[in-house]
Design a protein. Sequence first.
Length: 233
Amino acid sequence: MLKVCPMPPQADAALLARLKEIDPTTIGHFRHYGFVDPEVRALIPGRRVVGTAVTVCMPAIDSALLHYVVSRCRPGDVLVIDRLGDRRHACMGGVVAAAMKVAGIAAVILDGLACDFAEIRELDLPVWCRGEAVLTAKFMGVGGAINIPVSCGGVAVTPGDIVLADSGGVLVLPPDAREVGYCIGKSLPMQAGEPDKLTEIRSGKHIGDLSGANQRIDALLAAQAEEFAKWRK
């Protein structure tokens, strides 16, 4: 069965531009969900992308729906591909990557395998995937869906979600300006403070004192010792 749903609204460009300033790892210091399995890795290091999620899921042997959705993607979209657990077939290679590049697709987050890594890198198309394969999917059209909720690296991705990705990994956020704004507002001071913290560490200050970890652990150890003392009585 094939299912094709409408394209989601694209996220606000100004919001995306602000979010692109943020390292996903910074958000990982205070947020605990939305992070794609780190085995879904970047093919091109040093790139950071942000965009609106367009989702597609396809059975293992079939890649026809991927060709179909590429022709409907808009510049700036991030294509999120659910391979429904397949770990044998590459669903995209150099030719499909070239079509994606021409379409203006910002990035591809593929929970599965690709091929022609050298060509993809030469095209400078940011792709995150689980690895490379020589066994390819076929142009069959036996099933799949476009723009339905999918699973990518253990994360539920809904069409229209915001994807932020760099060499460190992939983060999926809901298209809620307040929630995204919170992540931006909390991350910017953390990033701005890192140079000063590094300077203090290099000057000889202990990271445990700077982070508050030493004070916290000492307090917990004291409370633990007090609790143990009660049981000795």
